[in-house]
Design a protein around this ligand. Structure first.
Ligand SMILES: Cc1cc2nc3c(=O)[nH]c(=O)nc-3n(C[C@H](O)[C@H](O)[C@H](O)COP(=O)(O)O)c2cc1C
Length: 214
């Protein structure tokens, strides 16, 4: 191989993160950084890695899209019969990671994932484009399929079925809200002396903030 990966490295010089920069509430701090990512033109700033663990401790990891967040948690939507959903039913503890590499930043959020109500799921589902609503119906996410052709045929069939009408919410599709217990903000710095701050939820919903070694 001509490319020596071991020599790929960059110095992180864009910004620093000090205690005075931090909001006492990690959700507000996240909102600021999310806005920075949008302003900087980060592609898909709401794409996050979702780590789950099953009942015997085997991990799973995949990208999902954050759809909204507030003090009650961070919400994504998915198939409720997928591998990730099965893992969450066995262990509700999950971690989310936002890799905002253009800003030399990452945020990790760990906490418990709870399913969102059907009413809330329906509110979000009805905002989705018609075609993605149909897409939610046709895929038995994470199951083995024989060909792409079958998917396309099913899609066309459903498209005909709901050509003029509203697409109903599948009962196997829904959302999870991650209630944060730990949130870490990481800012790259020169010479690998990065800034890291960890928020840990205390009794009474205040947050302990500590600087971590890089
Ligand atoms: C940028 C990007 C965004 C994605 N967003 C979602 C999403 O919001 N929900 C979802 O179920 N899958 C999403 N996926 C697909 C998942 O990564 C994954 O393939 C799928 O959910 C099945 O995961 P599982 O088998 O671990 O359950 C996305 C993939 C990418 C690359």
């Amino acid at each position: 191989m001509t490319l020596d990966i071991a020599d790929l490295r960059r110095e992180y010089t864009r910004a620093g993160l000090g205690r005075d920069d931090l909001n006492a509430d990690p959700v507000v701090q996240f909102e600021r950084w999310f806005q920075d990512a949008c302003d900087a033109g980060v592609r898909e700033p709401n794409a996050m890695s979702l780590a789950t663990v099953d009942g015997v401790g085997s991990p799973g990891l995949r990208t999902v899209l954050l759809k909204y967040f507030d003090s009650t948690g961070f919400v994504f939507f998915t198939n409720l019969e997928s591998s990730k959903a099965r893992q969450i039913s066995q262990n509700q503890q999950v971690t989310l990671l936002f890799p905002w590499l253009d800003l030399e930043r990452q945020v990790t959020i760990s906490g418990r994932a709870e399913t969102v109500s059907r009413a809330e799921t329906l509110r979000y589902f009805s905002r989705r484009p018609h075609e993605s609503q149909i897409g939610a119906w046709i895929s038995q996410q994470s199951s083995v399929i024989t060909s792409r052709k079958l998917l396309r045929m099913k899609f066309e069939e459903m498209r005909r079925k709901w050509r003029d009408g509203e697409v109903p919410l599948p009962d196997f599709w829904g959302g999870y809200r991650v209630w944060p217990q730990r949130v870490e903000f990481w800012q790259g710095r020169p010479n690998r002396l990065h800034d890291r701050f960890l928020y840990r939820r205390r009794e009474g919903n205040t947050w302990q903030i500590d600087r971590l070694a890089p």
